[in-house]
Design a protein around this ligand. Structure first.
Ligand code: C5P
Length: 232
């Protein structure tokens, strides 16, 4: 393909899980594979964009032409994402950020005591990275400053569109990619996905939803970027 519709654009993408440390050898995390975020990064680069991929720990190769920034915790991911966002035209939050982290991180490996039958770990809420970037985006737009189009994901097991519409509004996103992760063979860890794209403004007079049938994540990535470029 000769035309590069994203040439000159800077795209920042978060991908993969975060790891929330408990002590020097242990962490809390999730099963995110990073495949969707990496597919988006590869497609955006193929469309000519300059791509920064802020990645949690995953077992994937860096796509050709993509600048990868490796992070572990949600706080590290937030710092990298906020530094990149205001310089970007498009921000896509694809990472499965841990909602909570251990309130304290022990300096040394925690030792079990003999006879100890249970232990308690206090968790505290992590910042919502994309909501913070979207709020900053609203402020920058109001001040006439450069700000990215902000796109989030909503992985749900029920009431997918209802929760996604709520997230789109509550987090002040420009677009959300809603997908049902309860469908066997799709979503988490899989190479395929089905989704509905929902975007602002949510009024009755304009079309603002697009269903995308089950397809490889690379194809879904292309559809998301095509819609994003149309909204940009
Ligand atoms: O609220 P929920 O976690 O379902 O929202 C998912 C969307 O929000 C994704 O785009 C995800 O990357 C983003 N998110 C975030 N920081 C968090 C939690 C979610 O950026 N702490």
């Amino acid at each position: 393909e000769m035309s590069l519709p994203a040439a000159g654009l800077t795209v920042t993408i978060t991908a993969g899980p975060t790891r929330e440390p408990l002590d020097p050898v242990r962490y809390l995390s999730n099963h995110s594979s990073g495949k969707m975020g990496y597919a988006l990064a590869a497609e955006a680069a193929a469309l000519g964009a300059s791509v920064r991929l802020i990645s949690g720990p995953v077992a994937l190769a860096t796509p050709a032409g993509v600048e990868r920034i490796d992070v572990e915790s949600a706080l590290d991911m937030q710092a990298a994402a906020e530094a990149a966002a205001s310089e970007s035209d498009l921000f896509i939050g694809c990472a499965a950020v841990a909602d909570f982290r251990p309130a304290t991180v022990a300096d040394h490996k925690l030792k079990k005591q003999s006879g100890e039958k249970q232990m308690q770990v206090t968790l505290i809420r992590n910042p919502d990275i994309i909501a913070g970037i979207a709020a900053q985006t609203q402020a920058r737009r109001a001040a006439g400053q450069r700000a990215p189009l902000v796109i989030g994901f909503a992985a749900e097991t029920r009431d997918v569109l209802r929760y996604a519409r709520d997230k789109l509004a509550r987090k002040q996103l420009d677009m959300i990619v809603a997908n049902d992760v309860s469908t066997p063979g799709l979503g988490f860890g899989s190479d395929s996905n089905a989704a509905t794209l929902l975007w602002q403004p949510l009024d009755q007079n304009t079309q603002h939803e697009q269903a995308i049938a089950a397809c490889p994540k690379t194809e879904l990535a292309r559809a998301i970027l095509k819609r994003a470029l149309a909204l940009h």
